[in-house]
Design a protein around this ligand. Structure first.
Ligand SMILES: Nc1nc2c(ncn2[C@@H]2O[C@H](COP(=O)(O)OP(=O)(O)OP(=O)(O)O)[C@@H](O)[C@H]2O)c(=O)[nH]1
Length: 642
């Protein structure tokens, strides 16, 4: 016996069938009327409203059949629900699907079957309205249409059940949804981090959550016993009053404000309160949803921030004042700086003018020895114009060849060690002029470190005249003005040196101490000028006789002395010279154009110092002097040895 296939919507079909709550329910007149009508109108002994579940067909209504259900595998209806057109089996014994069906082969011995599908709103097959006969028969079109109409009535019943079931399901779903929402709301209400409360129109708390209890510090029951306004800090009573009244008049349905709550322990807590008016209360009364957010930390942070900002502003103010002061000082300093710069420029101009017109030559060189300043007097003294001198090496211009190496070494030493022997002192040096002449100059050099540049400045002036005057004074200090012979002072200086040579170079020396005889008489007879003439003539005669290698000096009055020194000087040689001197002195001295002559002679004392003999200058001169007196005493005009 072939089994009927399962519907393509078997799962949905069975779900819906169970949801209708028809299976295994008592008979109902609405269905039974139809099965009775079917039997009567179509002349069949059996009519059924059959519902096919997963294992059986169960009869919601049955006429002519004792069994209330049969297994699904025997069910004709299991085949009928698979097609939308009615299933009509005229003779089951001739239909291969049912020929061996126990319901055919034994009781109730089905021969004829006609079943019309019963469908849900969505078209899922649920069962059939079927008629059965134990005789074969054929169903006319009218009869089939009648069966379909009756099936339509049954189907309408099923659809009503389905709609009712669907409505109940929707209500149930809605209730579940409501419950879920209520639970969700309750959960949110309870677990919310912010305080939430429902407040009645008169200001009584209807419901409060844990967060609000924590914010206010009141247990829930105590809080519920308070009034909405009881929590407000009296000092903030005016805050939100206008909004509250506007909401009471219905002009405002939501407002938000920040104020302080007085907590149960007396402390204050800043809160943000959002009040929303709801007009759809369960009892038709309006109520308020109040969200309370603890903003104490934020307020504290704001206060700290404000304090910080105030402190910062104060700092900025102070700093601005300081900056202003600094700026004023800077401005004053800049004005002062400008004044100083102006003064400096003026001073610089003055200095330049002074330098330019200084009586001293002003020369400036850089650390490489290159001339960078050269004034007018430098040009006049040294011959080079500023244009010629500036940019050239100083040593090439004015330093004599012999001193150039020392000059360069001195500059280098100063740059390396800061040591200088010439700086800050007055130096007398020879400078080279443009013509190549040597010029004695007095020089004063200073080193200056200007920023990162080292310069040397020098003032220099020509000291030729001074040098000449000095030389003249020097000469005059050591020479007799009348005869131009070295004087006593010069003689003793030279004698000292000569005595050293006696010992060091083994050069004997001899002194001829000469005193004129009869000189006073010349003075007395011809006058002092004549005496002067005699003295000058005598000096020249001594020069002529004694020669250039002898020193001839006038000791004073009519006393003169000859110092003779040479290696191997012999007494005879000295004696001969003394006699030559004596003779030269004795020659007449012409005094005028008229033939007037002066006559003098010389008394000469001789002293010698041989190597190894030690005499002081005075001793030696005194020795010669004594010898000279000896000559005088012996009659004058003669030579005597000491
Ligand atoms: N014209 C002149 N007379 C001078 C100068 N210095 C000294 N007398 C004089 O020289 C004389 C030197 O005197 P004395 O040496 O006694 O003269 P004297 O005639 O040579 O005598 P004796 O030496 O004893 O031979 C003095 O009359 C001085 O006044 C001088 O520079 N010019």
């Amino acid at each position: 016996m072939p089994q009927a296939a399962l519907s393509p919507f078997e799962s949905e079909r069975l779900t819906l069938l169970k949801a209708l709550h028809l299976l295994d329910t008592p008979p109902e007149p609405a269905f039974d009327r139809i099965t009775r009508l079917a039997c009567q109108l179509l002349q069949v002994p059996i009519a059924l409203v059959s519902l096919v579940d997963e294992r059986r067909q169960w009869f919601k209504s049955r006429v002519g059949l004792e069994a209330c259900e049969t297994p699904r595998e025997y069910a004709f209806c299991a085949h009928a629900i698979l097609q939308t057109e009615p299933l009509v089996v005229n003779d089951a014994r001739r239909d291969p699907r049912f020929v061996d069906n126990p319901l055919v082969t034994s009781a109730p011995g089905i021969r004829f079957y006609a079943g019309v599908q019963l469908r849900s709103r969505q078209g899922y097959p649920l069962g059939t309205l079927c008629i059965i006969d134990n005789k074969t028969r054929e169903l006319s079109a009218t009869e089939l249409a009648l069966l379909q109409d009756l099936a339509g009535i049954v189907n309408e019943q099923l659809l009503q059940r389905e709609r009712s079931q669907l409505a109940q399901q929707q209500i149930s779903n809605a209730q579940q949804l409501m419950q879920a929402r209520e639970q969700r709301f309750q959960l949110i209400f309870e677990r919310a981090g912010d305080g939430i409360a429902l407040v009645g129109p008169e200001g009584s708390w209807l419901s409060v959550n844990d967060a609000l209890c924590q914010i206010t510090g009141y247990p829930q029951q105590e809080l519920l016993a308070l009034h909405f306004s009881d929590l407000g800090y009296p000092g903030d009573a005016a805050i939100g009053e206008a909004e509250r009244q506007a909401m009471a008049r219905g002009e405002l349905d939501r407002y938000q404000l920040e104020k302080r709550y007085l907590r149960k322990d007396g402390s204050l807590c800043w809160v943000s309160i959002t009040v929303t008016r709801q007009d759809d209360g369960l009892d038709g009364q309006p109520y308020l949803i109040v969200i309370v957010k603890d903003i104490q930390a934020r307020k504290q942070a704001e206060q700290e921030l404000a304090a910080l900002q105030q402190a910062l502003e104060q700092r900025v103010e102070e700093r601005t004042a300081q900056l202003q002061q600094a700026n004023n000082q800077l401005t004053a300093a800049m004005v002062r700086q400008q004044q100083i710069e102006q003064q400096l420029r003026k001073r610089e101009a003055e200095l330049s003018a002074v330098l330019e017109h200084a009586s001293d030559a002003y020369i400036c060189i850089d650390e490489h020895g290159t001339v960078i300043a050269w004034n007018r007097q430098a040009s006049e003294t040294l011959g080079w114009s500023p244009a010629e001198a500036i940019g050239r090496q100083l040593d090439e211009l004015i330093i004599p060849e012999a001193q150039r190496a020392a000059h360069r070494a001195g500059m280098l030493r100063y740059q390396q060690s800061g040591e200088a022997v010439v700086l800050g002192r007055r130096l007398e040096l020879a400078a080279l002029t443009r013509t190549g002449a040597m010029l004695p100059v007095e020089l004063s050099i200073r080193a200056l470190q200007l920023d990162d540049q080292l310069i040397f400045s020098a003032f220099l002036h020509d000291i030729s005249e001074r040098k000449q005057a000095e030389a003249r004074r020097e000469y005059e200090a050591r020479h007799d003005a009348l005869t131009s012979l070295p004087n006593r002072r010069a003689f003793f200086e030279q004698l000292q040196l000569a005595q050293q040579r006696v010992q060091q170079q083994a050069q004997p020396l001899a002194l001829l101490f000469i005193d004129l005889d009869g000189f006073k008489e010349v003075n007395d007879q011809y006058g002092h000028d004549a005496g002067d003439t005699v003295l000058r003539v005598m000096a020249q005669r001594l020069r002529d006789v004694a020669g250039a290698d002898s020193l001839i000096a006038r000791l004073g009055g009519d006393e003169m002395i000859v110092l003779l020194q040479r290696p191997g000087l012999a007494e005879a040689e000295v004696q001969a010279l003394a006699e030559q001197v004596r003779d030269a002195v004795a020659l007449p001295v012409p005094l005028d154009e008229d033939g007037k002559v002066g006559m003098v002679s010389a008394s000469i004392g001789v002293a010698m110092q041989q190597p190894g003999e030690q005499f002081s200058p005075d001793q030696l001169v005194a020795s010669a002097d004594r010898a000279m007196y000896g000559a005088k005493r012996s009659g004058k005009a003669r030579v005597r040895w000491s």
